[in-house]
Design a binder for this molecule. Structure first.
Ligand code: DAH
Length: 343
């Protein structure tokens, strides 16, 4: 009986040394080991002659023999097939479907921003840019908010400790000053970007958000131009039928106004959103203060213009009916994924 064990061990050892070098040799290998009259089968049939107490041991031996023979066969077979494909120029199958790539989605703030930019570029505005780490002069002084002016209190920010006079811009308005300093009218720009405020008024307030600034300077620009431009924007952006301009104050515009859009009160939602007035506040605007033009080297006798500025998060909430502004900053993918269809 130990004969049959020795024979099986021997077969296992021989198998390990086998390496058929051609497809034909591999077929011979297969028939020899795995064929219906092959070695493995013959050895398996000896099982009935193995005494009961050693059957288990023999069974394990047979399993590993069979497994190793099959593995060797499959590995070599795939190798020969790949060689054949290579030879036939089929290794790279250009018709095979590609690996799927996970598709991301734009952030609702980016989508909203793109829409605003798109509407104004249609009216001939171009996009201008400015630094987020701004100097005091551009952020405040040029915008007619000198040091110790109380309006500065409305926009507390973060100052750069190592660079006196440098701060994180509190609004996109300094881009107005930068553009006016370097370009001659006519000027028609919008300036989207990040802005910062140091405020902890509520858990909802956030130290960083986005704004879009608008500036139009030319000869003879009037309040009527401001009104018509903003009406077109309100119609295109929100489908609002009409706007209203309420008197307001900003240091850099005179006169200044807040623009509301008409939502109506037909639905419970609009009633609540507009606090029962039908009107929703969207942005601040006005005629550029002549002092601002002069600060930036533009002749205020010859030129006039209007400006406006709005927060983007607020528009995004309105556009997508998002209930809580914090969702826009948390960037939970379960929230963001819902906007994957948006452009
Ligand atoms: N910069 C103002 C703010 O952050 C918004 C603003 C109001 C911008 C009126 C303007 C404007 O250009 O004319 O609150």
């Amino acid at each position: 009986m130990s004969d049959i064990f020795a024979q099986a061990q021997q077969t296992l050892a021989t198998l390990a040394t086998e390496s058929p070098a051609t497809p034909e040799a591999l077929e011979t290998f297969r028939i020899h080991y795995l064929g219906s009259k092959g070695v493995v089968k013959a050895l398996m049939e000896e099982m009935r002659n193995v005494p009961n107490e050693r059957k288990r041991e023999y069974g394990q031996l047979m399993n590993s023999l069979k497994q190793q023979a099959e593995e060797k066969y499959q590995t070599l077979k795939s190798g020969f097939e790949a060689q054949a494909d290579n030879a036939a120029g089929l290794a790279l199958d250009l018709t095979a479907p590609g690996e799927p790539l996970p598709v991301g989605s734009r952030h609702p703030v980016a989508v909203t921003l793109n829409r605003i930019v798109e509407i104004f570029t249609r009216m001939g505005f171009s996009v201008a840019d400015g630094p987020e780490i701004e100097d005091d002069w551009h952020n405040f002084t040029a915008m007619n908010t000198p040091e110790d002016h109380p309006a500065r209190d409305m926009q507390d920010t973060f100052y750069v400790v190592d660079a006196p006079g440098m701060l994180l811009r509190t609004h996109t308005s300094p881009v107005q000053a930068r553009v006016m300093q370097h370009r001659k009218p006519p000027i028609r720009i919008i300036a989207p970007g990040r802005v910062y405020r140091n405020e902890t008024i509520s858990t909802r307030s956030h130290a960083q958000f986005h704004q879009v600034e608008g500036l139009y300077i030319d000869e003879g620009v009037s309040f009527a131009d401001l009104k018509q431009t903003l009406l077109y924007f309100a119609q295109e952006m929100f489908g609002a039928p009409k706007i209203r301009l309420r008197p307001s104050f900003f240091p850099f515009t005179e006169p200044s106004a807040e623009m509301d859009i008409w939502l109506g009160m037909d639905t419970e939602k609009n009633y609540r959103l507009t606090k029962g007035t039908g009107w929703l506040e969207i942005l601040g605007c006005g005629m550029v203060d002549p002092q601002v033009l002069e600060n930036c080297g533009i002749d205020s006798k010859k030129y006039s213009g209007f400006a406006f500025g709005m927060g983007i998060e607020r528009q995004a909430l309105r556009l997508y009916e998002i209930g809580d502004i914090r969702l826009l900053f948390e960037n939970d993918v379960r929230f963001l994924r819902q906007f994957s269809a948006a452009m």
